[in-house]
Design a protein around this ligand. Structure first.
Ligand SMILES: [Zn+2]
Ligand SMILES: [Zn+2]
Length: 381
C-alpha cells in the first residue's frame, strides 16, 4: 500500500485528467489478478470485480482518484512532482486503501459472501457534475447489480487508528448561486439619480443571513456564504452592475428546496424594494449525503469486531462539506465513513499545502473496507 500510495501521490492529476492515475490503478489490479472495466473517452474511472461467481449480495467499495490545484509544501520523500498539483485531500490514501482491501478479499475468496465491486472514481473535487453520476449513468452499479456501497474519507480531526460513522445527514448538499444586481451607473456624487447597485448588493448580503436565522428550521444546520463580490472601478463612480457569488449548504432535500426558493424570492424582493433588478442563477451541486440506519449499523458491528469497539466512534454532527458519494446512496443503501488520520499537533487540514495524512491509517482503511463488505454480505440483501 505504501508503494501504491507513493506512486499515486507523486504523480497527482486534477479532476477529469486522471489518465496516468487510471494506468497505475489498472496495473495494481492486474498484479492482483482482478478483472477490470474502463470507460470510453475522458471518464477515467476503473471498476474491478472480485468473486464474480460467488452467490450473495454485491457490495461496491469506492475510492476517489483526483488531486487539487495546490502547490505541495510537505517534506514527504514522494512529494508531488507536478508543480501546482497535489493530493491534498487524501484521495491517494483512499485508492491505496481500496487496493489493500482488494488484496485482502481476493486472497481469501472463502470469506466472501458475494461479489465485491471496486469503484475507482474520478472527478470528486469537480463539485458540479462530479464523477459518481457519470459512472452510475454508464452502469457502474449494474452487471452485477450492486446491493450496498461503502466509501470512506480521511479525517485529520479523528485520531489515527479510529473510524468515524454516523446515521442520517453526514455531509451537506453544496449549491452555488450567482446574483447579478443591475442599478444605474453614474457619478458617485449624485446617487439620487438611480438605484445604487453597491447598496443593493450590501442589503442582499445581510438579507441572505435572515434566511438562515428566520426561514429554516433552527434544529437543522444551514450555511449561506457569499464568497465573492465584484463591482465598480474607483471611488467616485457608481457601477451599473455588481455580481455576488456564493454557496448554500443544507443537509436535507426539503431544506435544500426551501433555501433555493426563498433565496431567489428574497434577493428579487430586496432589489425591487430599492428600485433595482437582480437576476439569480442557482446551480445545484452534490446532494446531501444521508447514511441509512440499517446498513450503517451492520457495518459498525463488523468494524467493532475487526478493529475493536474503542476504535469505532460515532460522529455526532454532519460536516458541511460535500461529497459526491451521496449520489451512490441515492441509488443503493450503504454507508460513508471517516478514516482517522489525525495526530495531535501534527495534522494539517484537508486541501492545505501541508496536508500529510499518517499513512499507517491505510491499514485501518483497508481492513475497514474489507470488513464492511463481508459484514454487509453476511447480513443479506
Ligand atoms: Zn477535497
Ligand atoms: Zn476528498
Amino acid at each position: 500500500m505504501r508503494a501504491w500510495r507513493a506512486a499515486l501521490h507523486q504523480d497527482p492529476e486534477l479532476s477529469g485528467e486522471e489518465l496516468r492515475t487510471r494506468e497505475k490503478v489498472l496495473q495494481a489490479l492486474r498484479e492482483l489478478g482482478i478483472p477490470t472495466t474502463t470507460f470510453p473517452g475522458s471518464l477515467y474511472g476503473v471498476l474491478g470485480l472480485i468473486g464474480e461467481r460467488t452467490a450473495g449480495p454485491v457490495v461496491a467499495l469506492r475510492a476517489d482518484m483526483d488531486a487539487l490545484p495546490v502547490e505541495e509544501a510537505t517534506d514527504l520523500p514522494f512529494r508531488s512532482r507536478r508543480p501546482g498539483t497535489m493530493h491534498a485531500c487524501g484521495h491517494d490514501v483512499h485508492m491505496a486503501a481500496l487496493l489493500g482491501a482488494a488484496l485482502i478479499l481476493s486472497r481469501q475468496p472463502r470469506a466472501l459472501g458475494g461479489p465485491v465491486k471496486l469503484i475507482f472514481q474520478p472527478s470528486e473535487e469537480d463539485g458540479t457534475v462530479g464523477g459518481a453520476l457519470p459512472l452510475i449513468q454508464r452502469g457502474a452499479l449494474e452487471r452485477p447489480t450492486v446491493d450496498y456501497v461503502v466509501g470512506q474519507h480521511v479525517d485529520p480531526s479523528l485520531p489515527l487508528g479510529s473510524v468515524g460513522w454516523g446515521i442520517g445527514p453526514f455531509m451537506a448538499a453544496a449549491d452555488e448561486f450567482r446574483i447579478t444586481v443591475r442599478g444605474r451607473g453614474g457619478h458617485a456624487s449624485s446617487p439620487q439619480q438611480g438605484p445604487d447597485a453597491i447598496l443593493v448588493a450590501a442589503e442582499i448580503v445581510t438579507g441572505l443571513q435572515a434566511l438562515v436565522s428566520r426561514v429554516r428550521d433552527p434544529t437543522e444546520p444551514v450555511v449561506v456564504s457569499v464568497g465573492s463580490i465584484h463591482g465598480g472601478t474607483r471611488h467616485n463612480i457608481l457601477p451599473e452592475v455588481v455580481v455576488l457569488v456564493g454557496t448554500v449548504r443544507t443537509v436535507s432535500a426539503a431544506t435544500r428546496d426551501l433555501m433555493e426558493r426563498t433565496l431567489k424570492q428574497r434577493v428579487r424582493a430586496i432589489a425591487a424594494s430599492l428600485g433595482a433588478r437582480a437576476r439569480v442563477d442557482y446551480r445545484r451541486g452534490y446532494p446531501p449525503l444521508i447514511n441509512p440506519g440499517p446498513a450503517t449499523r451492520t457495518v459498525v458491528r463488523a468494524l467493532e469486531v475487526e478493529l475493536g469497539r474503542s476504535s469505532v466512534v460515532p460522529v455526532e454532527r454532519p460536516l458541511m462539506g460535500a461529497e459526491d458519494f451521496a449520489r451512490y446512496l441515492e441509488k443503493v443503501p450503504g454507508t460513508f465513513l471517516r478514516l482517522g488520520v489525525g495526530v495531535p499537533g501534527r495534522s494539517a487540514s484537508l486541501h492545505s499545502a501541508g496536508f500529510a495524512p499518517e499513512e499507517r491509517a491505510m491499514v485501518v482503511g483497508a481492513a475497514t473496507l474489507a470488513a464492511a463488505a463481508v459484514g454487509l454480505q453476511r447480513s443479506g440483501r
